[in-house]
Design a protein around this ligand. Structure first.
Ligand code: CDP
Ligand code: CDP
Length: 224
């Protein structure tokens, strides 16, 4: 079974996807972490974030690996654990430029399809229901107000131990800028798939969102 969860930044995609993956023993694939890893690689090689050819070469050289360690998702590149680094404000501010590069998307999409072909998966991102897994069994589009997403992000950074001197207003502006870029790029923009169910999580707890998605998955499983 393939479950696709798309939506803007900090709508709660990865939090609920991880919980559902654990409950159902599905593999969770965080595609945003892959684009963030591409951005770390570009930065490490001191490349311009628009330099498609050299970024591709650097990705081929360093590689990107998603691993599950003691139930935690880890991201490795060139033998280094970059799980914390991919979440820093510098990487968040530049990931939309790297993720808009068509050949980088082609490479990531192909890797994501390979991973999804092997087992039951729940995959989150921006273009899973529209491009990566257009035939996914369940498609969810999570949204929430920009303010609540900024508040969640600030709390999330603190909980992950990432130091940030950004105010909630600055984070909200950054999130809005990233959403705009992600929604307006030429290749695979952030867009609700026509057959996706939209869930507004602004006033919902994590458990409520999880239950709502589990219900959709169970409905589908009954039809198998
Ligand atoms: O966690 P957050 O919602 O902030 O973002 P993310 O899921 O980690 O994704 C980071 C960035 O990667 C997004 O802003 C997009 O630019 C890009 N992305 C994408 O283009 N396509 C995907 N399937 C997933 C992420
Ligand atoms: O993956 P995405 O960027 O869509 O969001 P996330 O990283 O899963 O969620 C960002 C933060 O919002 C996390 O700290 C969650 O605990 C929190 N969250 C929440 O407060 N209420 C929800 N209904 C969903 C997520």
């Amino acid at each position: 079974m393939q479950v696709a969860i798309d939506g803007p930044a900090s709508a709660g995609k990865s939090t609920v996807a991880k919980i559902i993956a654990k409950k159902l023993s599905f593999v969770y694939i965080d595609t945003g972490a892959m684009y963030r890893a591409c951005t770390v690689i570009a930065r490490n090689h001191k490349l311009d974030y628009g330099d498609e050819e050299n970024i591709l070469k650097a990705i081929d050289k360093d590689g990107i690996e998603l691993k599950s360690e003691n139930g935690e998702q880890k991201v490795y590149s060139a033998g280094e654990d970059i799980s914390l680094e991919i979440r820093t404000p510098e990487i968040s501010a530049n990931v939309s430029q790297v993720s808009a590069l068509p050949k980088v998307r082609e490479k990531m999409t192909s890797l994501q399809r390979q991973m999804a072909g092997k087992t039951n998966v729940i995959m989150d991102g921006r273009d899973i229901g529209t491009t990566v897994l257009p035939d996914a069994d369940v498609k969810i589009f999570l949204v929430a107000s920009a303010r609540s997403r900024a508040e969640r992000r600030l709390l999330d950074l603190k909980q992950r131990g990432i130091k940030s001197d950004q105010t909630v207003d600055q984070i909200e502006a950054d999130i809005a800028a990233r959403d705009y870029k992600d929604s307006h790029r030429k290749v695979s923009p952030l867009k609700k798939a026509v057959d996706a169910t939209e869930v507004d999580t602004t006033e919902m707890s994590i458990d409520q969102v999880v239950d709502c998605i589990l219900e959709k998955i169970q409905e589908k499983q009954k039809k198998f």
